[in-house]
Design a protein around this ligand. Structure first.
Ligand SMILES: Cc1cc2nc3c(=O)[nH]c(=O)nc-3n(C[C@H](O)[C@H](O)[C@H](O)COP(=O)(O)O)c2cc1C
Length: 360
């Protein structure tokens, strides 16, 4: 085990690589199992999945691998939406609905989001080897309940204060999410813009502030990134965007294609899609909605109000209205089987670190 770390030892995995959780149908049981079978840690993003489907997907993962894997949730409080804010958002979205040939007055969704408490109870009952979460801290009681069931608990931090909060609640490891990362920002302490901290400086500051192992995330696309993360004191690298183009990932074909088309300046952070800041391929929608983004209702209300619109845009192949979450390293994502991504990343990191030591 050339790249053994505290985390690989605690989890009993061969490689210090985590396939980051990515909600929206990307983390199919095939992807999660392929990554875990390759000796890394696969993660099933269950945030937008109902309890019954969480059970069936976890069963499918368990049928495909006997290695450790993670289940991930968004920490959400029950949602209330003011009719006035819903009307405001709908008025702004009407133009796009019209453009896609949809009803301009969308029917209100049956629920704004899956009930976090019900999802959590389901995951607790299923007791996957690893639980991870973002958007907040689950609290000491829930953390202890998971650990009592033998579950390894990971929390997401985008600044040092969040990392310390998570550690004080008893988490086993912290995922440090740098500003480069694709998808939603996990920030729950302070303003989101204050925590757009690059992975390069976030990881060592969190490593210095906590005793538990740290997983670096954000812009890690290959073995050079993994070697850098380990050099900064991380116990593993979590890679999201790098796995988006894998054949096992449930990513829309045009989303996969877009990754290779944009350059290093091609992503942006917007609040206009979901009501929470997230990084993705910059589109006409991002640009046109920028002046209004701050006034839209908070997650999950805006997320629910744009769901059908995004699905319709994807169906019609209109990439300017599609949502394609991706990190700043998107251009470096290549279509390779997940097991190959893991193997080549580890091999390259070993070579980089070996060259630095001057031993190879
Ligand atoms: C498409 C997509 C969806 C994501 N969904 C989730 C999620 O459901 N839960 C979560 O904790 N993080 C989510 N993230 C963030 C990733 O877990 C991780 O922090 C990020 O991918 C790391 O940066 P990278 O994309 O540059 O590798 C998502 C990221 C992407 C790209």
């Amino acid at each position: 085990m050339a790249l053994a770390t505290r985390l690989t030892q605690l989890l009993g995995i061969a490689h210090p690589v985590v396939q980051a959780p990515m909600a929206g149908g990307m983390t199919t049981p095939e992807l999660v199992a392929a990554v875990s079978n390759a000796g890394a840690l696969g993660s099933f993003a269950a945030a937008t999945t109902a309890p019954a489907a969480i059970r069936s997907q976890v069963a499918a993962i368990r049928a495909a691998t006997d290695r450790p894997f993670a289940v991930n949730l968004f920490v959400l409080a029950p949602t209330e939406a003011k009719p006035s804010e819903v009307a405001f958002a709908n008025a702004l979205l009407a133009k796009y609905r019209l453009e896609l040939g949809m009803e301009t007055n969308a029917a209100p969704p049956a629920k704004w989001a899956e009930d976090f408490e019900a999802q959590f109870e389901t995951v607790l009952d299923l007791a996957p080897p690893v639980f991870s979460s973002t958007f907040g801290a689950i609290g000491a009681r829930k953390t202890a309940a998971l650990k009592a069931r033998g579950v390894f608990v990971i929390g997401t931090a985008t600044n040092v204060a969040e990392a310390k909060t998570l550690e004080s609640q008893g988490v086993d490891a912290i995922l440090a999410q740098g500003a480069e990362a694709g998808g939603h920002r996990g920030t729950f302490v302070g303003k989101f813009e204050d925590s757009l901290i690059g992975t390069m400086v976030l990881v060592p500051q969190i490593v210095d502030a906590v005793k538990v192992p740290v997983i670096a995330a954000g812009g890690i696309m290959d073995g050079r990134g993994l070697a850098a993360a380990l050099s900064l004191g991380a116990s593993a690298a979590a890679m999201g965007t790098a796995f988006l183009a894998a054949p096992e990932a449930g990513t829309h074909a045009l989303h996969k294609e877009a990754l290779g088309k944009i350059d290093d300046t091609g992503t942006g952070v917007t609040r206009a899609v979901s009501g929470r800041h997230a990084r993705g391929v910059r589109t006409r929608y991002f640009d046109e909605m920028a002046p209004h983004a701050a006034e839209l209702p908070a997650y999950p209300v805006t997320n629910a109000l744009t769901t059908q619109l995004r699905a319709e845009a994807a169906k019609q192949g209109k990439t300017d209205l599609m949502v394609m979450w991706a990190g700043q390293g998107a251009r470096m994502a290549t279509t390779r089987p997940a097991a190959q991504i893991v193997a080549e990343t580890v091999e390259q990191a070993e070579a980089v670190l070996g060259a630095l030591r001057g031993t190879r």
